[in-house]
Design a protein around this ligand. Sequence first.
Ligand SMILES: [Zn+2]
Length: 246
Amino acid sequence: MKAIVIDKFGGPEVLLQREVATPKIGPGEVLIRLLAAGVNRFDVTTRRGEIPYAAVSFPHVPGVEGAGTVAEVGSGVTAFQIGDRVVPVLTISRGVCRHNPCYCQLGWDNICRDFDKLGLTSWGTYAEYVKASEHNVVHLPRSLSFTDAATSMVATATAWELAISRAHLRQGETALVNAVGGAVGSAAVQIARLAGARVIASAGSHNKLELARQLGADEVINYKCQDLETEVLNLTDGRGVDVVIE
Ligand SMILES: [Zn+2]
């Protein structure tokens, strides 16, 4: 298969396209033909070697985000069939954990201390194919395009964890979403709005704030020309916000 490979850490020049062996799947695994891949900050820090928590062995295929269709299923796979629209999940759960206590006991596999990560500890999505355990693959609804899915999985899950799982944002509350121009901020505005919250968004440029309004922000603050704290207090009658997401 064709893939973007790195043989050493460095700048963008270490990313090389070449033919590599297509991953071979084992029992319980799924081979995904990728139709879209995101470019995530993880990919940049991996390429630079700024990843203290994960060992990369070369040659390595980066890429933590992608979407595609199932090309092959291993023995014992029950949840997927060839042709299914799917997304591989960044965190690769082993189903067992060597640590106790650990966050995975709370259902937070994404911060398990005993994790593998797609595109970090295994080959990622800068390729025609990627393999994953069926437990780390989710079905993609028809309403979501491959490109939207590939660029939103990590950011949307992060925003959900911040706003809903951790902050328990609820209808009637007010949320301040800082750095709204980024992927997590864009997702957080939409999730907060859908949760029924009043959303105040901040960013340093008019274009980012305009996008935030289109995504559902009720109020916007340009912190380059407005004082964030003063504006937030003005917009909330001096009360402040219930949740800050940044
Ligand atoms: Zn764990």
